[in-house]
Design a protein around this ligand. Structure first.
Ligand SMILES: [Zn+2]
Length: 215
């Protein structure tokens, strides 16, 4: 699908736009990318967590693996140059541009069950249910949800091992560009969490552009 719309300064992409879509908080997104194609995720208003997973399109059982990604990157944060590794040690995607500097690998996604345990409330939707909707068109289910990336969410770890979701540090218009290293299925949930600072207590829309870079 090609969508024609005005492209702002921060989101000019060098290539053919395949899809340009704004995702309200609480909504799913998914798309298959061919090797070499790119994905730009723009945090339009800042401090908005975007839960994200990717899978080898040819063998979706081989999916994003948070532990492998942290080990290979020797860091818990994702930033420019970080590779998203799979269960079987394949490179799925690479962060080629990042204007934020800190993206979470350890916090996972929100769910109704954890909202009830942590906050005694079901919540206004949750990323686990939204992931399920995003995965369905690809023949994948809730059981295919792994520990995910949280773009623009900040989860620092102290020297004593303490960790917490704290205020995001992304500014309005911050974005991350990912290059598919093989044919991949990508899914995202634009988080609606309001009980912790994942979204600055006010979930907002994000914009996702898929493009084929100029060679
Ligand atoms: Zn969430």
């Amino acid at each position: 699908m090609t969508v024609t719309r005005e492209v702002g300064e921060v989101s000019d992409v060098d290539g053919e736009i395949l899809e340009d879509i704004t995702i309200p908080a609480g909504q799913p997104w998914g798309r298959k990318l061919e090797a070499g194609q790119r994905l730009r995720i723009i945090d339009l208003e800042g401090k908005q967590a975007v839960d994200f997973l990717c899978y080898d399109a040819a063998a979706p059982q081989d999916r994003y693996n948070a532990a492998n990604t942290m080990k290979m990157g020797a860091n818990i944060f994702l930033r420019e140059g970080s590779v998203l590794w799979s269960d079987r040690g394949n490179r799925l995607m690479t962060v080629v541009i990042d204007t934020c500097g800190y993206h979470d690998t350890i916090g996972g996604c929100c769910s109704e069950e954890m909202n009830r345990i942590r906050y005694n409330e079901a919540g206004p939707g949750n990323c686990r249910d939204t992931f399920e909707l995003a995965l369905k068109p690809f023949g994948l289910t809730r059981d295919d949800i792994a520990t995910n990336v949280n773009w623009f969410m900040y989860v620092p770890v102290g020297k004593d091992g303490t960790m917490a979701i704290v205020d995001g540090i992304s500014k309005p218009g911050d974005y991350v560009d990912l290059r598919a290293e093989r044919d991949v299925i990508c899914v995202a949930s634009n988080c609606t969490q309001i009980f912790n600072p994942a979204n600055g207590f006010e979930p907002t829309p994000v914009r996702i552009i898929t493009y084929a870079p100029r060679l």
